[in-house]
Design a protein around this ligand. Structure first.
Ligand code: ZN
Length: 301
């Protein structure tokens, strides 16, 4: 989709902290320093922002108090944003189900947050397909927001988190489930194959994020085997350290434009889609259309 001559590019996997990096107080940067990153790209960027390290640490160490504290910080960040460019994501933990369900009601219901996530089972020490997670996914479905589950496999058996993610999708069929950074990294083919089998078995509630657009053979396989309707943008951009922050389009886990293997722009990522065999329709699906539908952004952009 081209809006006012600009490519609309919706990235649903962006991490910006709502509190200071050490978690002791106010965030050390202004919202303008985040807008500066978005406005530096010629594309029309839209971001869905989720928690970062202070929130991850707070929720991991004490989910019942960490969830409300983290989400409050994210709300303060999102409320400073100009309308239509930034949307919020809700932090949860199945170890504090009541607080997680309350957070979905409050932030999706009252504040217009559009996603639950990033759900980090591997780093927070839980499985993605427990009965408590099914409750969380059902509550998310009730409020019309998808659940973004981390599926890369740092220090785990290959594909294990994708297995849990699909298991959750199967147990909560009314929920919409996102496999976060499914494309990019050494397990991409496993993720694509798992999603393909799930779809062939009738599963209709799973979407995959593309993180590493330069892995053209994986992107091509995902489009050919799943269809571009199942793919969304999730680059895992993180506001590391202090402003000025790294440019958008940087390849995870690089930290500066100088060390990135290609120019950090949406144009580079779009070029990789083209080189992977995507046509205009596929690009519009992946860059914006699928996310507009999945996150119910129609009329809010
Ligand atoms: Zn992430």
């Amino acid at each position: 989709m081209i809006v006012d001559g600009k490519r609309m590019w919706i990235d649903s996997h962006i991490h910006v902290r709502g509190w200071s990096e050490d978690g002791t107080g106010e965030r050390e940067f202004s919202f303008e320093e985040i807008s500066a990153v978005m406005d530096a790209d010629p594309a029309l960027l839209v971001w869905i922002i989720s928690l970062s390290f202070p929130g991850i640490r707070a929720i991991s160490s004490d989910p019942a108090t960490g969830i409300p504290w983290t989400n409050e910080g994210q709300l303060r960040l999102v409320e400073e944003a100009p309308p239509g460019r930034i949307f919020g994501s809700i932090g949860v933990h199945p170890g504090a189900v009541d607080e997680s369900l309350a957070a979905i009601e409050r932030y999706a219901g009252e504040h217009g947050f559009v996603q639950v996530g990033e759900v980090l089972g591997y780093s927070m020490g839980f499985e993605l397909d427990s009965p408590a997670m099914v409750k969380i996914a059902r509550k998310a479905a009730e409020f019309g927001v998808p659940v973004q589950c981390h599926v890369s496999t740092a220090g785990q058996q290959d594909g294990e988190q994708m297995r849990q993610t699909i298991s959750l999708a199967r147990m909560a069929p009314e929920a919409r489930i996102i496999a976060a950074h499914a494309i990019g990294g050494r397990n991409s083919y496993t993720h694509i194959t798992a999603a393909e089998v799930y779809a062939e078995m009738g599963g209709e509630n799973l979407w995959l994020e593309i993180r590493d657009f330069n892995t053209r053979e994986c992107v091509r396989a995902s489009v050919e085997r799943l269809g571009s309707e199942r793919l969304i943008v999730g680059t895992d951009w993180i506001a590391r350290g202090q402003a000025p922050f790294p440019p958008y389009g940087i390849l995870f886990p690089h930290e500066s434009a100088e060390e990135n293997p290609y120019p950090c722009t949406v144009a580079s990522l779009e070029g990789f889609l083209r080189e992977s065999g995507c046509d205009e329709d596929d690009i519009a699906n992946i860059a914006a259309r699928n996310s507009i539908e999945l996150f119910r952004l129609e009329g809010r952009l």
